[in-house]
Design a protein around this ligand. Structure first.
Ligand code: ATP
Ligand code: MG
Length: 391
């Protein structure tokens, strides 16, 4: 009995001309993800990707976990592959799923026959396999409406597959089907979640982090790298650009009105980010802002921030409550790291009373106090690249 993994592809994207591209990317991403574990054959057939280990000593728990983190996989299950023979199939179901069936109260069998030469139709397969399971596990009840375990039998081109409840996959679309965008990443809770959410839609990420030494420490930067490492478990390799932001922040502090420090700082961040993003062929910026969360995230402040750039700015958390954002950060495992107490450049020179409804013309006037272009260029050209890989 050979164990494999079956990964289901989202239905929507299977339509039309995109199908082949989508499948090819997904297969490539699954292969890359599984590469450290050994050799696999990864093949698509009929909205399913079949992943077959080619070495004997492969850790299938780990392999299944990894498949579950690839965007584009909506569900996955471990399955046993057997000869297309009804006697073999029913015995395999009992043997392969013994642990699951022993611990369950109810079950049903669902069958799919895509090999039309197989002599039994789907309802017959379910009936034969179902009654054999019921005989072998007399305590187990049949429940066709709400079973604890659904045993699935798929009779396909090369073999028959038997598996139980599929697990939900990461969903979304395979990277980089959505193109490339730049995530402005801090060490907070929100921006790593925003990065994950856009990667889920197939976006390949470039990361930009603003550091203001000596006001911010090397450990704050290290924290951001750790967060990106966790995100890259889903998003793949990420290039991170660390921007020296001290001079711009000091200039703001020395020359601008205090109640506008934050909004002007955010406008500078956007200007620098757009330039870095353009250098690396990103088509959009991404931030972790959520409407109304803090003074710089009111609609007025956001409008005033966005007028400094021409690229689209994605804010995937805009309509989410903090509690909902935390739930995602716990799911993707960034929450605990985000809580580590290192200062961010946003918390340096925080005004006592930030203006919540900044007007563009007022901010533009305040910005006219100095010449920013050179400082912006210096920040852009001083950005240092670190390449982040999943652990
Ligand atoms: P986060 O939890 O992501 O820090 P936040 O709710 O604390 O977000 P702010 O600190 O106001 O909000 O930052 C808003 C957004 O600006 C962040 O989500 C992030 O996209 C970007 N940002 C903030 N600080 C930095 C930084 N040091 N480097 C890069 N981007 C930053
Ligand atoms: Mg923050």
């Amino acid at each position: 009995m050979k164990e494999i993994i079956l990964a289901k592809i989202g239905e929507v994207v299977l339509k039309g001309l995109n199908r082949k591209n989508f499948e090819d990317l997904l297969i490539k991403n699954i292969r890359r993800k599984l590469h450290p574990l050994g050799a696999f054959e990864v093949k698509a057939s009929q909205s399913t990707i079949r992943i077959t280990p080619l070495d004997d000593d492969i850790d299938m728990d780990e392999a299944a976990d990894k498949v579950g983190k690839v965007f584009g996989v909506v569900a996955y299950s471990r399955a046993c592959a057997v000869e297309k023979d009804i006697e073999t199939i029913k015995k395999a179901a009992v043997e392969y799923l013994a642990d699951t069936l022993e611990n369950a109260r109810s079950f049903k069998v669902e069958s799919k026959r895509s090999d039309k030469k197989f002599p039994y139709g789907s309802p017959d397969i379910s009936k034969i396999v179902g009654s054999y399971i019921a005989d072998e596990f007399p305590e187990l009840e049949v429940d066709v409406h709400d079973p604890e375990v659904t045993v699935t039998v798929e009779v396909r081109d090369l073999a028959a597959y038997v598996h139980a409840n599929a697990l939900p996959g990461a969903g979304g679309l395979p990277i980089p089907s959505g193109g490339r965008a730049a995530i402005l990443i801090s060490g907070g809770i929100d921006s790593p979640v925003a990065a994950y959410m856009m990667a889920k839609r197939g976006i390949e990420l470039t990361a930009i982090h603003f550091a203001s030494p000596p006001y911010t420490s090397e450990r704050a930067e290290e924290k951001v790298r750790t967060l990106l490492e966790i995100v890259s478990d889903y998003a793949g390799r990420i290039e991170m650009y660390t921007v020296p932001f001290t001079k711009i922040q000091e200039e703001i502090k020395n020359k601008c009105p205090e109640d506008l420090f934050t909004i002007i700082m955010r406008r500078m961040m956007m200007r620098v980010s757009q330039k870095i993003a353009e250098q690396h062929e990103c088509l959009a910026l991404i931030t972790g802002e959520s409407l109304g969360q803090v003074a710089s995230q009111t609609l007025g402040a956001i409008a005033c921030t966005d007028e400094t750039v021409t690229m689209p700015v994605f804010r995937p958390l805009i309509g989410m409550d903090k509690k909902e954002i935390i739930a995602v950060s716990e799911k993707i495992n960034t929450f605990e790291t985000s809580l580590l107490p290192f200062e961010d450049c946003c918390t340096v020179f925080t005004p006592r009373h930030p203006r919540t409804k900044p007007k563009s013309d007022m901010v533009r006037k305040a910005e006219a106090c100095t010449e920013w272009d050179e400082l912006i260029e210096e920040a852009v050209s001083g950005a240092k690249c670190t390449v982040i890989y999943p652990k």
